[in-house]
Design a protein around this ligand. Structure first.
Ligand SMILES: [Zn+2]
Length: 455
């Protein structure tokens, strides 16, 4: 595969010696039969703006093809955990998979975890998940589901699934050649009686996952290791590239998405697999029959274990419905006096302050990183999770007059003002309330179980 080297030189630090990085790049390419095509360099002494990195992004964008981006370690990308993860995700969105060439951890997420948290991913959650998957395999349950269109052959590799691969071809055909949007593809497939593997109808989410899945061009990506031409492709690379281009046209920059925080981030769990549910923003665009364009934003909470690993099914809750329901139930508890105000005060004082640069990595961030490092969630969900964590952090740091309302209520021990203005409480205040009171909310498709904090 074509490989690009990215180096960062800091002459004052032995970790950032340029010649060592270049040597590591060359020998990694030789060892793994990758073709070294070019390199980009930033030097601490020159500037702090990383102009080399920006040139690299430009290069990736203009070439439009896929590369491996080799770095000696993730510290080359940035000097702190979160911004180096941001860059890994950014590079991925430009078609470059980051690989670390020194040490025994090529996966950048596992590498970053190990470096910045002293957590050895092989000994933690990643290992537990892998063990759970192996136990499943021994019971004859299979190691996760292969992508729609494939089955797992006797040698453990993906083989075409005769009943499904035609539908995959058809989906790409409709999207790239027949100018059909995802909404129309969904209704067409449902009309034709083509079902998903679970037997349920198609949705925009399942169609989008298919259009984005690189397995269909024969690339296999698991635990961060990319193996091109691993199995029989279903889709021509050119068609796949076109699909990505159209998908890109409809997606809008993240900053334009709703800035409302997800109020239940960090306290909400899936009843089926006990993993976190994360807030997801989706901007959707489609054409009306008169060819005018319509867009809308959809917000929901989704189980992190989903994706195509077969660890959990597709469980979602619309965010407004879930938040309203929880809000109602909390109000009931407040009115009944079942909530200890002192507990709430303890919860509030432990709220993170966004103005303080956290010295220790954010636990919510680490947890998500562990999931992606274990191959448990996909990069696009990592992206959603990261932005949702950041938004929650930004929003909980600020105080508002309503926040003071809450503080006053706690100090006076009288909650009636809070209860009276219940329907006009802003989201920051609600986030504080929820974080202060709720230990955990477990949701299934048709039940919600709130567990309050006890002291
Ligand atoms: Zn789940």
């Amino acid at each position: 595969m074509k490989a690009i080297g990215y180096f960062y030189e800091d002459t004052e630090s032995p970790e950032f010696v340029l010649s060592n990085q270049r040597e590591s790049f060359i020998s990694y390419c030789a060892q793994h039969d990758h073709q070294a095509v070019t390199e980009f360099v930033d030097r601490k002494i020159d500037d702090t703006n990383r102009s080399g990195y920006n040139l690299l992004l430009k290069y990736l964008q203009e070439s439009g093809s896929e590369f491996l981006l080799l770095v000696s370690g993730t510290e080359i990308l940035s000097n702190d955990l979160e911004s180096s993860i941001d860059r890994i995700l950014e590079l991925d969105s430009f078609g470059a998979k980051v690989i670390c060439t020194t040490g025994d951890v090529p996966d950048p997420f596992q590498y970053a975890l190990k470096r910045w948290t002293n957590v050895n991913p092989k000994g933690t959650r990643g290992q537990q998940i892998k063990e759970a998957m192996m136990a499943k395999a021994m019971r004859g349950e299979g190691l996760g589901k292969p992508p729609f269109g494939y089955k797992i052959g006797s040698d453990g590799r993906l083989e075409l699934n005769e009943n499904e691969h035609g539908a995959v071809k058809h989906i790409f055909q409709m999207y790239t050649k027949e100018n059909m949007g995802m909404r129309r593809i969904v209704s067409k497939l449902n009309q034709m009686g083509v079902t998903t593997r679970s037997g349920r109808g198609w949705s925009i989410v399942t169609i989008r996952d298919i259009l984005r899945n690189r397995s269909y061009i024969g690339t296999y990506n698991r635990f961060g290791i990319v193996t091109p031409r691993n199995h029989t492709p279903i889709i021509e690379p050119e068609t796949f590239r076109m699909a990505q281009e159209i998908l890109g046209r409809f997606s809008t920059p993240r900053t334009q998405l709703s800035n409302e925080p997800f109020m239940l981030s960090g306290v909400i769990y899936c009843a089926y697999c006990n993993n976190n549910m994360i807030g997801v923003n989706r901007q959707q665009g489609w054409r009306r029959k008169d060819s005018s364009r319509v867009t809308g934003t959809y917000r929901y909470y989704q189980c992190q274990s989903r994706v195509n690993k077969g660890m959990c099914n597709y469980h979602t809750w619309r965010s407004d419905v879930l938040e309203e329901t929880i809000k109602d139930q909390i109000k009931e508890l407040l009115i009944k006096g079942e909530v200890n105000i002192k507990v709430m005060a303890t919860g509030l004082s432990s709220l993170p302050d966004s103005n303080i640069q956290t010295e220790h990595p954010d636990p919510a961030f680490i947890k998500t990183l562990e999931s992606v490092a274990a191959g448990f969630i996909s990069l696009s969900y990592m992206r959603d999770a990261v932005s949702s964590i950041k938004k929650t952090r930004e929003n909980t740091g600020h105080t508002s007059s309503e926040h003071n309302l809450l503080a006053n209520a706690i100090n006076s021990g009288n909650l009636s003002n809070v209860i009276n203005s219940w329907h006009t409480l802003d989201s920051n205040t609600l986030i504080s309330l929820f974080k202060g009171l709720i230990e955990k909310v477990t949701v299934s498709d048709d039940s919600i179980d709130i567990k309050l904090k006890h002291f």
